[in-house]
Design a protein around this ligand. Structure first.
Ligand code: SF4
Length: 224
């Protein structure tokens, strides 16, 4: 990506200046073992399972399940928390303003939305956008785990505290999860955590830190 284009995207994220930081050292996190309901499913089977899923009560209030979108052979896999109202209506993750900011964040590191795979921990919207309950996340996580297994990304970028805590089985605050490489198990891809775009819309002063996270994630992905 040319410096001119990168500058344009950074401006779209309303980040004015660049700042370097030291290379954080890898710090593994213990793996979480979730039920293996979908462990051997291929894409078609997985889509069928999610579309008809009634493993938790969110099936009663959803309009659409939100399976995930993007390149099924992508190097980057973006994980969010759960569908919001627009996502529930459209059946697609990260639409609306937060989705546009996520797209700008990806473009800032040279990636189009269609070059990554994007999915949430929860495939159904929690009413009134409340935080996912522990048993809902536990019920839904196997779908995400199988998506990760099928895509085999080089890097997982987790956006937001809720997604990170569920995926990494931790209650650590976001500040302690950023700037490090996490893994789920020995063979899993590296996982890097950053802010959720919806949070960045509310707190633009943290966009600079998100940009640092994205550069770090790119370094980790390039390292392999
Ligand atoms: S949130 Fe996940 S586990 Fe719950 S009904 Fe939806 S797809 Fe099934």
């Amino acid at each position: 990506m040319s410096s001119v284009r990168r500058k344009a995207y950074l401006e779209a994220m309303q980040i004015d200046t660049w700042r370097r930081r030291g290379s954080p050292s890898p710090s593994p996190v213990p793996a979480q073992l979730a039920p293996a309901v979908a462990q051997s499913a291929d894409w078609a089977e997985l889509e069928r399972l999610v579309a008809g899923c009634r493993r938790c009560a969110l099936c009663e209030t959803r309009r659409h399940t939100v399976f995930g979108v993007g390149d099924r052979r992508a190097s980057w896999f973006v994980v969010g928390e759960a569908p919001g109202a627009a996502e529930d209506r459209q059946g697609e993750p990260f639409v609306g303003r937060a989705g546009q900011l996520l797209n700008a964040m990806l473009r800032a590191i040279g990636l189009g939305r269609d070059q990554v795979f994007i999915a949430n921990v929860l495939k159904c919207r929690p009413p009134n956008n409340r935080d996912p309950l522990a048993h809902e996340a536990a019920a839904c996580l196997p779908y995400l785990e199988q998506q990760l297994a099928l895509v085999e990304p080089r890097l997982v970028l987790v956006v937001g505290r809720i997604a990170a805590q569920n995926l990494l089985a931790t209650d650590a605050p976001l500040a302690r999860l950023r700037g490090r490489v996490h893994r789920r198990g020995d063979a899993g891809p590296p996982i890097v955590v950053t802010y959720h775009p919806a949070y960045l819309l509310r707190t633009p002063s943290d966009k600079r830190k998100a940009w640092e996270d994205l550069k770090f994630a790119r370094e980790v992905a390039e390292r392999g």
